[in-house]
Design a protein around this ligand. Structure first.
Ligand code: 13P
Length: 246
């Protein structure tokens, strides 16, 4: 179990430029002694957020990246450039990327390896769909994603964070019961160790986390933090969520 709980805000394509100052302010004011907090704005807001979080003990993450360092890839952003922009984390394999941009496990693996090569921390998202859950295939599906997404991973000084995000729980208000998430997350820890040989990994839960349910999630043994979408885009809710996380 991690001593510091990890709270990652995924602002997706939701947060607007004019919201950045007030959102960073509320995170800056929160008591973060026992928290590792990271904000993941859209690419175009990274530079501004990087300057707003300066000296506030807040991390910066990107929501996606490309796996090549440099070259003629119109519209893409490399992990190397994200590092130059001040990022420490990159979300990889979010279900919205898998769904809307057809990202395969092979692509996700390439991105993850690039993020590690640059020395940033990938936050690898895995999770089952409603159909897979209803068919009783949750553990099998998540295990399969881990096996494919973590191919050729060698961890020396770097780390990976895993986020368990059941697809059916994202943006629906229908969050996974903390007990059920605990079961999947403890499997993730075991499987991660089997695949990488590394004993410890932080595993976050994501999917309709808000200020009211966050504490219950963080109480679970195998839940080292949360990856928050909607609730992290509203100043008041985000402030309460952080206050309820310590
Ligand atoms: P919500 O918190 O809006 O359900 O989104 C979760 C998520 O996808 C975070 O990456």
């Amino acid at each position: 179990m991690h001593m510091q709980k990890i709270i990652v805000a995924n602002w997706k394509m939701v947060v607007k430029k004019e919201q950045l100052v007030s959102l960073v302010e509320v995170v800056g004011q929160a008591d973060k002694t026992n928290l590792e907090v990271a904000l993941c704005p859209s690419f175009v807001h990274l530079t501004e957020v990087a300057s707003l979080i300066n000296n506030k003990n807040i991390g910066l993450g990107a929501q996606n990246c490309f796996w090549v360092e440099h070259g003629a890839y119109t519209g893409e952003v490399s992990a190397w450039d994200l590092k130059d922009e001040g990022c420490q984390y990159v979300l990889v394999g979010h279900s919205e990327r898998r769904k809307y941009f057809s990202e395969s496990d092979e692509i996700i693996n390439k991105k993850l390896l690039a993020v590690l090569e640059v020395g940033l921390t990938p936050i690898l998202c895995v999770g089952e769909t409603k159909e897979e859950k209803d068919a009783g295939h949750t553990l099998e599906r998540v295990r399969e994603q881990l096996q494919k997404d973590l191919v050729n991973v060698i961890l020396k000084d770097s780390r990976i964070i895993i986020a368990y995000e059941p697809v059916w729980a994202i943006g629906t208000g229908d969050f996974c019961k903390p007990n059920d998430a605990e079961e999947v997350q403890s499997m993730i820890k075991e499987e991660f160790t089997k695949i990488t040989g590394v004993a410890e990994v932080a595993v976050l839960y994501g999917g309709s986390v808000d200020d009211k349910n966050v504490a219950e999630f963080l109480k679970q043994n195998s839940i080292d933090g949360v990856l928050v979408g909607g609730a992290s885009t509203k100043v008041e809710v985000l402030g309460k969520l952080l206050a309820n996380s310590i």
